[in-house]
Design a protein around this ligand. Structure first.
Ligand SMILES: [Zn+2]
Length: 481
């Protein structure tokens, strides 16, 4: 197909290997305006811009369906360090061209009002496309929240809603509320998501630890046992099956929890599990000797023993776990003047340590290294985990998550021969530390396009990144196959 005359700029990505979840092929990719309009080798395409992708992979941009940018936590007493500007720049540098963040109802506003405000802030700042999941508060915080969920679904394409099974008294919903929310999700076709940890078990364990003087950072992991995660995952699956709705389990950290999901999937139950790089690549052994600074590793569910990693990799390879997201909730170790209290706000007292770790910029690099380079998965499975399956489950496919004619030109040119040592100093997140500090990786995103605009080239931020803004995406219902 020759390029049609048009005033829209064209870009030809030449000489690379196009990798999709279904397979890979040596082909050139022609972009006009915001979309891919041609993929092939036998052509006479000309373009305004030519990008040489010889010996490189041409892949769909990464989609991170679990981020927390400028996100309020702990009763709105603090927030994550990255805003939508710094977070989206970090995403682009890491080859991620779309993220889905969350809306948590403000105490002084409805869920719907909070959503509208947050969407606007992100539209003003993000350099890549984005969408938002709704967090469903307990009914005690907003009795008519189901009306807002339905309105958000209809008006804003919010087709995924997250329920917390942890944090009693603030965010946790009881089983009756979870069931009612799932009923509504089933009626509309929305996808319920769960943070699956048993909040009562965690509170009980925390109280016992604190009573016996075990207040240090390292005891956070003891409060969040494998069984509290596995129990909640099991229960969520049973409830979803009872209702007859698909289910998405965010940030699976424990092999015991992954077993529950894999077993259900083998029985034909539509449950999908997400895990995160920090659970695959870092371990309790990395932070148990760090004292207060173990705070940098604290997230929930926690980063567990190294022996737990192999099980997660096993289920990831065999599709017991189906997506890789970051749960990027970056905080600083040193306190900046312009941010509320960060990681070290309560040294020696784990219940007040802000939960969350960074990873948005590193996700593709570290999973490529440990997954593809080390032989745990092939390049197609990599693309499926970081882009295609997330796009399908969150109603973005085939507009995103694939390099195909008609799709958005969200494209990463990946150089499997470039190498790099990860450091916080060279990263673009506002956080000042990195879980993968010193990790040597081979394989990097060298050029990144967002809807046809080159944001990153030769690993440098381009002019387009300063003048364009990402779009909010209304989403379709999940595609479950
Ligand atoms: Zn999260």
């Amino acid at each position: 197909m020759p390029a049609q005359p048009s005033s829209e700029p064209t870009t030809l990505i030449r000489g690379g290997t196009v990798v999709n979840a279904e397979g890979f092929v040596r082909a050139d990719v022609l972009v006009r305006g915001e979309r891919v309009i041609g993929i092939g080798v036998d052509h006479d395409w000309d373009a305004d811009t030519v990008i040489d992708a010889t010996d490189k992979y041409v892949m769909p941009g990464g989609i991170d369906v679990h981020t927390h940018l400028e996100y309020p936590i702990d009763g709105f007493t603090t927030r994550t360090a990255d805003d939508f500007a710094t977070g989206s720049v970090a995403a682009a540098f890491g080859g991620t061209t779309m993220f889905i963040d969350f809306v948590k109802k403000r105490p002084d506003a409805s869920l719907y009002e909070t959503f509208v405000d947050r969407r606007k802030v992100a539209e003003e700042k993000s350099i890549v496309d984005f969408s938002l999941h709704a967090i469903v508060p307990p009914l005690a915080q907003q009795a008519d929240v189901h009306e807002d969920l339905e309105r958000l679904y209809e008006e804003q394409g919010v087709t995924s809603w997250k329920f917390f099974m942890a944090y009693p008294g603030t965010q946790m919903v009881e089983d009756n509320e979870l069931l009612a929310g799932m009923d509504l999700a089933k009626r509309l076709g929305a996808l319920p998501m769960v943070h699956a940890e048993n909040g009562h078990m965690i509170n009980r364990a925390s109280s016992q630890l604190l009573e016996s003087g075990k207040t240090a950072e390292i005891h956070h992991v003891d409060a969040h046992g494998h069984s509290s995660e596995a129990e909640a995952v099991h229960r969520a699956i049973v409830l979803a099956e009872e209702v007859g709705t698909p289910l998405y389990v965010v940030h699976v950290s424990s092999e015991q929890a992954a077993v529950e999901i894999a077993r259900a999937r083998s029985e034909g139950i539509e449950v999908w599990g997400e895990t995160c790089p920090q659970y695959l690549l870092t371990a309790l052994e990395d932070y148990e000797g760090l004292g207060d600074r173990a705070a940098g590793y604290i997230c929930s569910p926690p980063i567990r023993e190294r022996a737990n990693q192999a099980g997660l990799w096993k289920y990831l390879a065999a599709d017991g776990l189906s997506t890789l997201a970051t749960d990027h909730a970056a905080f600083c170790m040193e306190q900046p003047d312009d941010l509320p209290p960060q990681k070290l706000r309560s040294p020696g007292y784990f219940p007040k340590t802000p939960n969350g770790v960074p990873g948005l910029e590193d996700r593709l690099k570290v999973v490529w290294e440990a997954g593809v380079v080390e032989g745990r998965m092939d390049i197609c499975r990599f693309v499926e985990l970081v882009a295609t399956r997330p796009a399908k489950l969150f109603g973005l496919y085939p507009r995103k998550g694939t390099v195909s004619v008609g799709a958005d030109a969200d494209i990463v040119v990946w150089d499997p021969n470039s190498d790099h040592t990860i450091t916080a100093a060279e990263s673009h997140s506002r956080t000042d530390y990195n879980l993968y500090e010193g990790m040597h990786v081979t394989g990097l995103p060298v050029t990144v396009l967002s809807r046809g605009k080159v944001l990153i080239h030769d690993r440098q931020l381009q002019e387009a990144a300063t003048t364009t803004r990402g779009q909010y995406h209304c989403r379709e219902n999940a595609q479950l196959y």
